[in-house]
Design a protein around this ligand. Structure first.
Ligand SMILES: [Zn+2]
Length: 359
């Protein structure tokens, strides 16, 4: 009896707590921002964003709209955010309650009234969610029951991501991110050479410039390469023009250093928006993620890394490891590598580059 009552009481506390959380979303990181965070459903996918209320309207960071597939940029001269989706191009100037929409036929900008102005807050630009969505011909509605805003973008961006190859053949790809450098990379290359195994290195532009000889060694020893941006930013926080620059600059650095580019890309932290994928599609690059996350960057031991690989590996899989020398955290990566190769060989796996895996 007592237990049932206790259970009931816990349940009602839980219900009250859930009502409280859904009604008053809690800030995700109180130190970083005082703003509340809530998910907005974009084409059926919930994506968290901080937001603020102004003039009875929800305002979100302008950059959040990259999740819809729209390109989002900043024009410093006019101090305005410029959104582009399909044939639409609309500017939202900061501190103004109007928009300027580009007319491609007359090649002129037409002014439109806005019911709530674009705001700058803590070095970020916040735009009225409803108004931007409507200007970009997206359908937006509010589900009162679920207390959620829903956006149907009417924008198609070809999904370009791969975290493994669908195959029953026992193929597996080793990948190393964030290099080249000259502490761990030579150790990794030595092991791969000794074992006769090819891997794929997702390289960072500024590291290629710092270690061009190591970059050349990777290529000369037959390994695959992929582009991992120029400065390793979280692409979700970057204007579209800067995302493009991050990708294209590393392509140019590769061309200059080893005489060719790569058609593979991996976003830092695996973090990417639909707008960034649209850029990759346009450049003709594939977005490569992983199916086995060794978490080696956190300083795991060789044994721990091996255990993760043996637990999560499957045919067509892509294994994520790193080769950066910051804080020398990757002793485990080097220690694990020969064991991973031997164990997986024993299980009948063949190691291939990501390029080969895709063929
Ligand atoms: Zn990385």
């Amino acid at each position: 009896m007592n237990r049932i009552w206790k259970h009931k009481r816990t349940c009602s506390y839980l219900v009250i707590l859930i009502i409280f959380i859904t009604t008053f979303p809690l800030p995700s990181n109180a130190q970083e921002s005082s703003l509340p965070v809530a998910p907005i459903i974009i084409d059926n996918v919930p994506i968290n964003t901080k937001y603020m209320m102004r003039d009875g309207q929800i305002h979100v960071p302008a950059i959040f709209f990259k999740h819809t597939g729209a390109q989002v940029d900043w024009n410093e001269i006019y101090r305005s955010v410029v959104f582009q989706a399909k044939d639409k191009k609309v500017a939202f100037p900061v501190g103004k309650n109007y928009t300027d929409e580009y007319d491609r036929v007359t090649r002129s900008w037409n002014r439109g009234i806005l019911s709530s102005e674009t705001i700058e807050f803590q070095n970020e630009v916040f735009v009225p969610l409803m108004e931007v969505a409507k200007k970009l011909d997206m359908d937006i509605s509010y589900d009162h029951k679920a207390k959620r805003t829903l956006i149907s973008t009417n924008l198609y961006v070809k999904s370009n991501g791969m975290n493994k190859r669908a195959t029953s053949r026992k193929l597996v790809a080793l990948t190393f991110d964030d290099g080249p450098e000259d502490y761990y990379t030579p150790k990794i290359l030595d092991i791969l050479k000794e074992k006769g195994v090819l891997a794929t290195f997702f390289v960072v532009g500024y590291e290629i410039n710092s270690y061009p000889d190591m970059m050349k060694r990777i290529v000369n020893e037959g390994h695959g390469i992929g582009n991992h941006t120029t400065t390793h930013p979280d692409l979700r926080t970057k204007w579209s023009v800067d995302v493009r620059k991050e990708i294209v600059t590393t392509q140019e650095i590769l061309l200059k250093t080893i005489g060719r580019k790569s058609d593979l890309f991996r976003p830092p932290f695996g973090a990417i928006t639909k707008a960034d994928i649209a850029i990759l599609n346009e450049i003709g690059m594939r977005n490569i993620l992983w199916s086995v996350d060794t978490l080696d960057w956190s300083g795991l031991s060789g044994r721990e890394i091996v255990n993760i690989v043996l637990r999560d590996v499957s045919p067509g899989g892509i294994i994520l490891q790193h080769n950066f020398q910051h804080e020398r955290l990757l002793d485990g990566t080097v220690e694990a590598l020969p064991v991973i190769i031997d164990e997986l060989h024993e299980q009948g796996y063949t190691f291939v580059t990501v390029q080969t895996l895709l063929e």
